[in-house]
Design a protein around this ligand. Sequence first.
Ligand code: ATP
Ligand code: MG
Length: 253
Amino acid sequence: MAKTLAIANQKGGVGKTTTAVNLAAGLAVAEHPTLLVDLDPQGNATTGLGVKKAGLYPTVYHVLLDNEPAEKAILDTELPHLRLLPSEVDLVGAEIELVALERRESRLKTGLEPVMGSYDYVIIDCPPSLGLLTINALVAADRVLVPLQCEFYALEGLTHLLKTVKLVCERLNRRLGVAGIVLTMFDGRTSLALQIRDEVHRYLPGEVFETLIPRNVRLSEAPSHGKPVMLYDLRSSGATAYLELTREVLDHE
Ligand code: ATP
Ligand code: MG
């Protein structure tokens, strides 16, 4: 059965999608069959892997709302071991439509069950909120991996997220745990970044990945070419960092 990691942080623009895409690609490069689930209506992970969202059917939206089989929606990508369950804008409505449905928190888990045997890893890219979509990801997941940008309010949001993880664990998914915090867009030349890094280590000792993801322009360029960074510029510091993070995730087993 696949190990499932939700990439979550309710704060916007902290590097969730960049981490989801490039960690999934790293696992695929290491020849682990991997499924990337784009659970964000923005569809950035879908676009980032070169898939056009216009007219796409079915998508993760139909898996959640209409019981469409996930297998019908899953697409191949440029990497042989990486497949994608794509998203689309209609998923915005899913947040509201889900409220009226039965077992609204576990629709994703149920939808993914038939395909779990085909993958070593399932990586879920969450939207920047703690609404029902993210709750669905946390119920489907074994672990949550939290990308954190080293800026002033980072820790406040983190406390709230960890409370939510604890509640989901108590009420909906006993298996759920924290895989770790990964510091993104890290710039060691600023004292604020160093200070926040040290605070996160003090606040959550042993729960921070050693890999620091640096700010690297290649990471922001790769999605516009529809590629994970390893296929765009393997020698960039961004590619090196995400391959290191992949190694750490694999070693955590
Ligand atoms: P959202 O909350 O909107 O879903 P997100 O948390 O998924 O955002 P990303 O989309 O991964 O965040 O990143 C936000 C922006 O920062 C993007 O333009 C992305 O290309 C850029 N970015 C992410 N990580 C890095 C990095 N390490 N170096 C440079 N740019 C980065
Ligand atoms: Mg995103």
